[in-house]
Design a protein around this ligand. Sequence first.
Ligand SMILES: Cc1cc2nc3c(=O)[nH]c(=O)nc-3n(C[C@H](O)[C@H](O)[C@H](O)COP(=O)(O)OP(=O)(O)OC[C@H]3O[C@@H](n4cnc5c(N)ncnc54)[C@H](O)[C@@H]3O)c2cc1C
Length: 418
Amino acid sequence: MSEQQSKRAIIIGAGMIGASCAHFLQRDGHSVTIVDPNAPGTGASYGNAGLISQSGVMPSAQPGLVKRIPKMLMDPASPLVLRWRYVPRLLPWLIGFLANSRRERVERNCLATMEIFRHVLSAYDALIQETGCGELIRSAVTLKVYETDAAFEGNAFERAMMDRCGCHYQVLSPDDIRDLEPNLAPMFRHGVMMPDSRHIKNPGRLVETVAKSVFDRGGALLQERVERVDMNADGKPVVVTDAGRHETDLVVVAAGARSGKLARQLGAKVVLDAERGYHVMLPTPEKSVGNYVQLAERKFSLSQHESGIRMTALVELASVDAPPDYRRIRSLLPMAQTALPGLSIEEQSIWMGPRPSTPDNVPVIGRSPAHDSVYFAFGHSHLGMTMAPATGRIIADLVAGRDPGLDMAPYTPVRPLL
Ligand SMILES: Cc1cc2nc3c(=O)[nH]c(=O)nc-3n(C[C@H](O)[C@H](O)[C@H](O)COP(=O)(O)OP(=O)(O)OC[C@H]3O[C@@H](n4cnc5c(N)ncnc54)[C@H](O)[C@@H]3O)c2cc1C
């Protein structure tokens, strides 16, 4: 690449999305700087379940949700939590979220998400090869298990949508489940297994490894909080932080659940908020799970990580900055013990993090409508770890003027949400 084509790029946010964008831009010969007040991989990318899979293409908002909401919100064991105090602030997002629970919207949004998934595994292979992060990623399947016929039948819509989107899955009998996960209690009557999956043993360390590879190759980290992005007289972006002003040639906004304010300041009226999720770390049992296991009725998952079993759960609709409330996830621990006999529920650590979510569950990936030198890469919701390398590769393609290999219209920041 000639010096003229090589650009100075500032990436705002050192999560999995920002680190992946930095990697793929650097690979194209750009000089990259990541700006984040926090260390790489300490936001939502730290505490997630670590699944790389198509399983999250189904959004939280599904047909019938509007009718079910009152009951769900009253149920103390419900996986959906709404903090009433934040409703006025969340209103634009909530209205869009409910509007996107209509069948035709769910189908459109799943198809858009699946389009990105077609690029996920090849982008991961490139990232693994080029950054040496392969030891953190293993082959594993996604297994969703059902205790009752009613719950399995009740999820027929999800399977219909997976068929429609071309997701690969197999329906398992109780014997199949036992063969795959012999340590689970024999209480599951149905399973749905997705083979095209991988599992990250330590998501936070994965981001650190990708970021370190970027820094080892000359990339920089500025531990500063971005306040806004100005344009100078030449039309070049100037990233204004709590510590100074940094002129650059291009900016990528990848600040996770906090990207909305920056995007709006940059001329895109995006609606973005947090679907907050929780995890509890438990000691590795003698007899663990080998794959990512999701309990359909209880809506929590168990997966074996480097330092123990990680139980992940909940969609809590509240402001990104609201304090965590660990009561609900703790109340699920006895059920985890029932599902995996021998599991100690002695809590090693507990965590809450904000999934950056758009109301339609489709990420925002593309150029700012107002500034040619500003790109957006946020809103990956339940699939940020899965889609990060593909997103990084797409952003690098857009910057280079290459065909990213998919129609970018569904991911534009200016799409209608109602
Ligand atoms: C419980 C749970 C389980 C999950 N499980 C999975 C899973 O199994 N598979 C999957 O694919 N996804 C999963 N996800 C979703 C996934 O974790 C997120 O989609 C992904 O981590 C988002 O990455 P990000 O880089 O956009 O955001 P983050 O990791 O949150 O990074 C954003 C960064 O931006 C920085 N930042 C914010 N504001 C500013 C500013 N003004 N200036 C500079 N920097 C700023 C923050 O400090 C942070 O470091 C899960 C999420 C949760 C909560």
